[in-house]
Design a protein around this ligand. Sequence first.
Ligand code: NAG
Ligand code: NAG
Ligand code: NAG
Length: 386
Amino acid sequence: MPTWHSLPTEMKIAVVQLLPIDDVKRFSKASQGMYTLCLPITFKYVKLNNVEAMQAFLAHVPTAFYHYVHRLEVFTMGSLPTNAAPAEKAISPRTDALVSLLRDCTNLRQLSLKISGGLATHVIPYFSRLDNLKQLSISNEDSERDAPISERLVVSIAASVPNLEELTLDRISRSTLHAPDLINVYPLIPLVAGDDNIDDHPELGSALCLPSLLRIPSLKKLTIRDTHLGDSLWLTTPPACHLEAIDLSGCSYETDDVNSLFVERIISAIGPTVVEASLSTAILGAPFARPSSTPFKRLRKLTISPYFPIESVVDTMTNLSGSPIDTISVQCFADDVADIRSAVKDFLSLRIESGLEFHQNLTQINVSVAACDMKPGNGAEVIGIA
Ligand SMILES: *[C@@H]1O[C@H](CO)[C@@H](O)[C@H](O)[C@H]1NC(C)=O
Ligand SMILES: *[C@@H]1O[C@H](CO)[C@@H](O)[C@H](O)[C@H]1NC(C)=O
Ligand SMILES: *[C@@H]1O[C@H](CO)[C@@H](O)[C@H](O)[C@H]1NC(C)=O
């Protein structure tokens, strides 16, 4: 009988890869050899919930192990001083901790940054070395008025990642440089000033505004939430990417109608390649209802987010009848289930009345209850359509 120790290393690794992470941790304590064998799996996914955890990781984990990290989640909450405003690079202990991580985590595939206390600009160059990074998420966990994150900073970061495919941005602030039309105009949108020190990007130059994200050729999936989408350059920036999935929601400072207008403008520019879309704003424009004129020529999967105005669900699903949608997924909060059910019923009656051509590709409507933090909860219900 061959013993565990006589197995070739490749087979041992194959076994360890099948174990749940807690078992890997137990297994790795069995011997020095097992510890070494388990290292790539032990450090594959690292989650650091605050600045203190970041500092403990930096102090105790040898940098030689950092290249095992494929997926890193960081939350820069904690008692350290807030990063200084963009113009002053001097005080930025949180960003410094992040830089120390990124410098040696060169093998990252997925990176999620939940930023508290701002982010200083000297982090930017470290992103250009992350060749394997495909998914990047940056969210501001503080208020835009206290510790904003500038669009110039995130666009520069995203455009620096060599092969970025999926980008998620949450609560990013417009820059006074790119939004002069919003200065001292009602409603007052929080803007960032003093971010003109961010260097020009080799491809984008000084145009570090949100629409320039469309010039990242590798980008396939773009999610932007709780961010002002009113830049008119969204309409005229020629997309260099083929976006397959989008999830766009407006900002809380504008009305539903204005947010709808902004999102529709963006869709008119990037819609033709999109297969999956998640919406938080109604679609009002007439062109969407006709196959010949809809910008969503290939849309197959539509998700209605929990923040979508319920009274517009039927109209929007009707308005989108120019797209070959086959699955509609409606996410709602628990309190809204009854209203959503009756909206779906109204839509189904309308579909029967409207005849065969109307949403002819639709096979499934999936209603699910979302937890308050936007993650889909339990209780998904699938309504099949014959
Ligand atoms: C789109 O929805 C709006 C209401 O939100 C409605 O007034 C309009 O007629 C709809 N357009 C089409 C083309 O169905
Ligand atoms: C939608 O349905 C029509 C008619 O059944 C079909 O010709 C077309 O290919 C379908 N479109 C897609 C994208 O599946
Ligand atoms: C229904 O939607 C939820 C949330 O988007 C998803 O988790 C679930 O897999 C979907 N179910 C089906 C059968 O598509």
